[in-house]
Design a protein around this ligand. Sequence first.
Ligand code: G3P
Length: 214
Amino acid sequence: MKLFIDSANLDHIKEMNDLGILSGVTTNPTLMAKEGKDVNQTLIQIAEMVDGPISGEVISVDAKGMIEEGKKIAKLHPNMIVKIPMTEAGMQATKALTELGIKTNVTLIFSLPQALLACTAGATFISPFVGRLDDIGTDGIELIESIRDMIDVYGFDSEIISASIRHNEHIKASINAGAHIATVPYEVLKKAFKHPLTDTGLENFLKDYQKVYG
Ligand code: G3P
């Protein structure tokens, strides 16, 4: 499973990219608003930094607007992916952009039928929101498993981006459920490096070495 960072913060993206663990970046309007900078400039800076798919989300709600915005996002950099919400207008835009050779990421997916619709419309990536499903007392990871089965059985080309990841267990479960990618917030990625046995193990290796070699 590949790791993307779910962020529009250039410092956080750079830090994780320098560690060699990133295969792409996803943003959304909330993450962009959190940074408060020029959206297109931010997307270009991210795309110049990270060598992989970079999702920039449309804010139009009608198909025509989404298609126009999508064309502009795609022109920002060859690695740009147009992120489109899972609505009727969104599927119309996904179909139209796919026909133009523009890659898409259908977001806000919360059910297997929604995933089927997005795959059928030609989405390059589909983003089921694991954490938000857990928040309402359902099993987000179960949805990832079902979508992966559907993709394999019916031969869709779309890749699953396991999104709305809240903790290490979500990363582990996404791998086991067959997600192609997980997009992970900076704070969760930082914690993924850590394990108490790694810390004590390293401490003991160095202590043992110093006892003999000084
Ligand atoms: O970027 C989409 C998704 O990852 C959002 O996550 O934490 O706002 O539910 P969250």
